[in-house]
Design a protein around this ligand. Structure first.
Ligand SMILES: *[C@@H]1O[C@H](CO)[C@@H](O)[C@H](O)[C@H]1NC(C)=O
Ligand SMILES: *[C@@H]1O[C@H](CO)[C@@H](O)[C@H](O)[C@H]1NC(C)=O
Ligand SMILES: *[C@@H]1O[C@H](CO)[C@@H](O)[C@H](O)[C@H]1NC(C)=O
Ligand SMILES: *[C@@H]1O[C@H](CO)[C@@H](O)[C@H](O)[C@H]1NC(C)=O
Ligand SMILES: *[C@@H]1O[C@H](CO)[C@@H](O)[C@H](O)[C@H]1NC(C)=O
Ligand SMILES: [Fe+2]
Length: 478
């Protein structure tokens, strides 16, 4: 194992001088990405009549002082109350959930509860309980520190099989996408949990359950996914982005309303950022300002998403939140033949703004591989001038595709050749990454493939903040 890793690093070193970027020669062991069966241990129902299941939390306001707690009960609505208390206090508080159900073809959901807990203290551990005796279940979470420019924070980034994250900071998060519910997905989630550093928030770049892979979009697979990831989602916020597998648009069986299961099951704090739609919104967390976009909602001129983003970007105060990060599902810079150019129309609409407002990083999923771009922009084209090639641009974000979480569709290993100059590193592997924000100028970033030992960084960069420290941080200088 050790020998193979060293050998691989040598290849990388050699390759990095040849052309614009690196196409990793690492070949992942061929393994089947098949869904875990219904009777798998990870899908087991919690014991007890009507016990709360599929518990998940997400940020509930703009700054991190609120949490949305969601869960499902199968037999009857049950209790709508969340009881919560700060770990160092005995004073218990109560908040009330709203209950919703939905039907999809011939499936009827359980009772889906959503409860927003507000006015929490920053950087504090809270316990919470849901359910009715004797099936009360208790969980806990930790709120983020107050928003501020030099608050260290680490975000993890995960693709297909939810991978593990490495970080040495106290605050850790994960950015994941395209997880699914295969054996690989379980491996990724397991690796993440086994990390000695405990993540505190997940940035999830879309494609959750892949229920639509089944005939009639078997929505029982939304339930199994909720139970599968509960061991993480009940304890730390996952910041949701909608992917194409959340559409569940199937007019042939009468399902004409896009995103129906997703929107019933998962909540976002969209109103806190002035959005009128749960599919696009923003949050502040520690020193980061995170904007979530919807690749599958209208974003052309005059549309609600366009208008919102146009008003949103000028609001970002880099003295308060130096790190401006955007999440979307379909990547703009992707040199894999799989999903090639699918993000192009949104790129044309919004890329000039990303450069103008100096977005630091853009994370996407969708493609079942890993890729990191250089800082490039492609905004000069005006129909007649022919300037339609990406150019190096230190005001531009780095684009990272982490669509490698372990879903049922398997890996995407057919890349365009030669590797375009904008592509700094690419590999068809399952893996995960960590973004360790140190202060307003520096963030360490590393990507780890699942096949390696925990500490091996297959791709690693120090990013410099575009507002406070906009010096060249490219990795493939020619
Ligand atoms: C839904 O319809 C499918 C196909 O007709 C069938 O196999 C399945 O058992 C039905 N499920 C329910 C809950 O009726
Ligand atoms: C999933 O991973 C967990 C933790 O490693 C393990 O206990 C469980 O048996 C796995 N389940 C399946 C179906 O692979
Ligand atoms: C930006 O944030 C800083 C630090 O919190 C604050 O002092 C300043 O007034 C803010 N600027 C604007 C325009 O709100
Ligand atoms: C790889 O992608 C190219 C370009 O899209 C396509 O022509 C070719 O058929 C693909 N090969 C495989 C094996 O999928
Ligand atoms: C920011 O963090 C980097 C990396 O840890 C460190 O080298 C640098 O000195 C820090 N800057 C400040 C102002 O603390
Ligand atoms: Fe996707």
């Amino acid at each position: 194992m050790g020998f193979r890793i060293c050998f691989f690093l040598l290849i990388l070193t050699g390759a990095s001088f040849c052309n614009g970027g690196i196409t990793s020669s690492f070949l992942r062991k061929e393994a089947k990405s098949i869904d875990m069966p219904f009777d798998s241990d990870v899908f087991a129902l919690p014991s007890g009549y009507n016990a709360p299941q599929q518990v998940h939390i997400t940020q509930g306001d703009h700054v991190g002082r609120a949490v949305i707690v969601s869960w499902v009960t199968q037999n009857e609505p049950g209790s709508e109350t969340v009881v919560y208390w700060a770990a160092r206090s005995h004073r218990k508080h109560h908040a009330t959930a709203r209950v919703t159900i939905y039907k999809y073809y011939n499936y009827t959901s359980g009772f889906i509860h959503h409860c927003t807990i507000k006015h929490l203290k920053f950087d504090t551990k809270y316990y919470y309980e849901i359910g009715t005796r004797p099936t009360v279940r208790r969980f806990w979470f930790r709120t983020p520190p107050a928003v501020g420019p030099d608050v260290p924070y680490t975000f993890g980034l995960i693709g297909k099989p939810l991978s593990r994250i490495i970080s040495i900071r106290k605050m850790t998060g994960i950015c994941a996408g395209d997880l699914g519910q295969t054996y690989d997905s379980n491996l990724t989630l397991t690796h993440y949990e086994m990390n000695p550093v405990k993540g505190q928030a997940v940035l999830y770049v879309g494609d959750l359950s892949y229920a639509d892979h089944y005939e009639f979009h078997d929505n029982r697979r939304w339930d199994t996914w909720g139970r599968f990831v509960e061991r993480s989602t009940a304890f730390q916020p996952w910041i949701w982005t909608a992917g194409n597998h959340e559409l569940d648009y199937e007019p042939s069986i009468g399902e004409k309303k896009p995103f129906k299961p997703f929107l019933h099951r998962y909540r976002t704090p969209f109103q806190a950022s002035g959005s009128t739609d749960p599919l696009w919104y923003s949050i502040k967390r520690a020193s980061a300002y995170i904007i979530v976009l919807s690749s599958y909602s209208a974003y052309g001129m005059y549309t609600p998403q366009y208008q919102w983003l146009w008003q949103e970007l000028p609001k970002v105060n880099r003295s308060e939140t130096p790190w401006l990060i955007v999440l979307m599902h379909s990547p703009w810079y992707n040199s894999n033949s799989y999903h090639y150019m699918e993000g192009e129309t949104m790129r044309v609409m919004f890329e000039p703004w990303f450069v103008q407002y100096k977005v630091d990083l853009v994370f996407a999923g969708h493609v079942h591989a890993y890729e990191r771009s250089e800082r490039v922009s492609n905004i000069a084209y005006n129909i007649v001038n022919g300037e339609c090639t990406p150019v190096h641009d230190q005001s531009a974000p780095v684009y990272i595709t982490i669509g490698d979480g372990g879903n049922i569709e398997g890996l995407a290993n057919n890349m365009t050749m030669p590797q375009p100059k904008y592509s700094a590193f690419r590999e068809a592997s399952f893996g995960h990454a960590m973004l360790e924000i140190k202060n307003r100028t520096h963030a360490y970033y590393g990507w780890h493939r699942n096949a390696d030992g925990f500490a091996v960084r297959a791709d690693s960069v120090t990013f410099f903040n575009r507002y406070w420290h906009p010096i060249d941080d490219s990795t493939t200088k020619n």
